[in-house]
Design a protein around this ligand. Structure first.
Ligand SMILES: [Fe+2]
Ligand SMILES: [Fe+2]
Length: 368
């Protein structure tokens, strides 16, 4: 188009090429997706995961003879989760203009708060820490404030996906140990059904959190691939568990967790990073880094944005599109049940920047 426009009109060209979605429209679509997903999530959370940290477990039956390593790990889980008010307020502030995301953060915070209380009960009923000790420990923890690991919403959203999966993995492995399935000699003879139930119940919540944030990242990846892939690359480059710099006995905790076979760098690579990548259609860390590097080298000329299309080679966009469509079907089914579909339905809108199948890296695409 550039050559047929008179020079004095060049600056008046709309910033979004014809036929492509503007950032405003993409943001609106993502916001609608989040709102629908939040409604679905809340209904499901109340129906299937409405447990109580005091009443849902037989605390009096918790073993009074837990191995010291298990107490250390439980205490560490409690320490991280008790920052729930900080996690919630920081994230909430960041997304306060989004109905779906801000209301979700409140719901999410109420679930994280239950995790803190359940793990605290586990420490208390183990009998290995006195109530006074716990009160003082809590005071120490609360004297520090958790702050966002990244300044912007997209990086924090991506961070949360990895964090929720890592947390879920920690609890699932704790559950296995408490079920008597540890292959570590120092824990082989141990089992405790109450602790196993606590770990399992919380792990189910973490899986639900992981899925919510994953669906969010998929929508970003679909509409804003470049920005989202860059965020993923940055997050994995400096990932650490939340509050690791705030918990005073973190070193002892993380070494105990590692020796117990619960979580370590290998688990992060295999059971966190690779799982998230698979769920986002990214082949590997190397493919991600190479893809981003390549898109930076692609020239941008003649009003055609080749960078925008090259990015679609970095991940399986067909898979991600299918996932975003499926998310919308799930939302639409929910909206039909309630009647939203009659008044204000959530609709899936294709991203026209996505190349046709078999025609990768050709044509025009919006720069995100
Ligand atoms: Fe949690
Ligand atoms: Fe969580």
């Amino acid at each position: 188009m550039a050559e047929i426009l008179p020079p004095n009109m060049l600056n008046e060209r709309p910033s979004t090429p014809a036929g492509l979605l503007s950032s405003r429209e993409k943001d609106r679509l993502i916001e609608r997706g989040f709102l629908g997903l939040y409604r679905w999530y809340t209904a499901r959370s109340q129906e299937t995961r409405n447990w109580n940290p005091d009443r849902s477990f037989d605390w009096k039956a918790l073993s009074k003879d837990l191995p010291p390593e298990i107490v250390t790990v439980t205490q560490g889980f409690f320490a991280v989760e008790q920052y729930a008010p900080d996690f919630t307020s920081s994230l909430l502030n960041l997304v306060r203009r989004s109905h779906g995301r801000s209301h979700f953060q409140l719901r999410w915070g109420s679930e994280e708060e239950k995790h803190a209380d359940a793990w605290e009960n586990a420490v208390l009923f183990s009998g290995k820490r006195s109530p006074q000790w716990i009160a003082e420990y809590k005071e120490r923890l609360k004297s520090q404030t958790w702050e966002l690991p990244f300044p912007d919403a997209i990086h924090n959203l991506v961070y949360t996906v990895f964090q929720e999966r890592a947390t879920q993995l920690n609890y699932l492995n704790m559950m296995k140990i408490a079920q008597g399935k540890s292959d570590k000699p120092h824990l082989a003879d141990f089992s405790d059904p109450v602790l196993a139930k606590v770990a399992q119940t919380i792990a189910v919540d973490e899986a639900a959190h992981y899925n919510f944030f994953l669906e969010g990242v998929r929508m970003y990846l679909y509409y804003y691939p470049q920005r989202t892939l860059e965020a993923i690359k940055n997050v994995i480059g400096q990932f650490s568990m939340p509050a690791s710099a705030l918990v005073p006995d973190w070193k002892e905790f993380s070494e105990t967790v590692y020796r117990a076979g619960i979580y370590g760098p290998r688990d992060f690579n295999r059971d966190v990073m690779q799982v998230v990548f698979r769920n986002l259609g990214i082949e590997s860390r190397k493919a991600l880094e190479d893809g981003i590097k390549k898109t930076r080298e692609v020239p941008d000329f003649d009003g055609y944005n080749h960078k925008g299309t090259a990015i679609f080679d970095t991940f399986d966009y067909g898979m991600v599109e299918g996932d975003v469509k499926r998310l919308h079907i799930k939302i639409q089914d929910y909206e039909k049940e309630i009647g939203f579909d009659m008044i204000d339905p959530t609709e899936f809108v294709e991203n026209p920047a996505v190349p046709e199948a078999g025609a990768k890296s050709s044509g025009q695409a919006a720069d995100d």
